[in-house]
Design a protein around this ligand. Sequence first.
Ligand SMILES: [Zn+2]
Length: 320
Amino acid sequence: MATIETVQGPVDADDLGTTLIHEHVRFRDESVAEQWPSEYDADEAMNAALEQVNATTEHGVQTIVEPTAMFGGRDVEFMRRVSGETGVRLVPCTGIYTYDYLPHYFANRSEDQMAELFVRDIEQGIQGTDIKAAFIKCAADEPGVTPNVEKVHRAAARASSQTGAPIMAHSRPASNTGPRQLEIFTEEGVDPGKVQIAHTGDTDDLDYIEGLLDGGAWIGLDRYGLEMFLPFEKRQATAAELLRRGHADRLFLSADVVATIDWFPDEAVQGLIEGGMIREDWSMTLVFEKVIPELREEGVFTDETFQQVFVENPKAWLAG
Ligand SMILES: [Zn+2]
C-alpha cells in the first residue's frame, strides 16, 4: 500500500480523500523575510492561512497539496501548525522555484549535488524536522527553459528517479515551456506519468494541452481566478472541452491561491482585484463554489468526475 508524506506524517494513499492539488498557505521570499522580518506580520499570515484552509473543509477537503518550494518561503513548521489547527492535511514538496536566478551555492554545484538535497528532503526530512517531501517542484516561466532552469529540472528528474517521488513543474504556456519541460524529464528517464505540468490551464490552446496529455503528463487547470493569465470563462470553456474529450482522468482543478504573498504591496494587490486582473472571489473554495457548479450545469461534470478529479487523480499522481 502506497503511503503519502504530509506535514502530519505519512498517510495511506487511500485515505487522502478530497484533495486540492495546488494551493499555498503562504508565499514569500525567505531571504527578504529573514533580513527584514519586521515587514512581515506573523499573526496576519497565520490567520489568513487558517481562514483559507478552514473554508475548504466546508467542501469536504481533507488534503491540500502545497507546492511552496525554495524562494516561496517553504516553512514546514508553519504548515504543520496550519494543518494541526484546521485538520486538513498539507502535502509538502522539495525543489526550487526560480524562473532563472540561482544562488552561487547552486551555480557552483552540479545537478547531482542539487538532487542530493532534494533526495534528503524526501528520505530524511525537511529543515531538520521529520516531515518529508512528497514531491518535487520546479518552474519555468517567461525567460523560458534557461540553463539554470534546465539544471533544476534535471536535478528534479534525478531525485525523482532515485526516490520515485512525482514532479510538479510550474509552466508558462504563453512561452511554450511545457513541452520542453516534459522532454527534459523524459530525457532523464522519468516516467511522464509522474509529471504534472502546472498552469497548463493558462492557455485555451487545446492542441498545446493535448500535446502534453499525449506525452503522458498530468495537467493542472489550477489558476482559476487569476484573470491576468486567462479569464475565467476561457478557463471554463477549455475545461469543459477537455472533459468532453475524456481527459477527466488526467487533469486537476485548483486556484493557486496564496493566502498571503509578499510580491506586491497590499495596495497593489487591491489594485489588481479592482482592475480585474484577479477575481474578487479568488480563494481556495472557488473551484467548489463556482467552477464545478458551472461545469455541472454544462453537463460535463458529474459526481463520478468529482471522485476522479479530486480523489483518484491526486492519489494516482502522488502515489506514482
Ligand atoms: Zn503555485
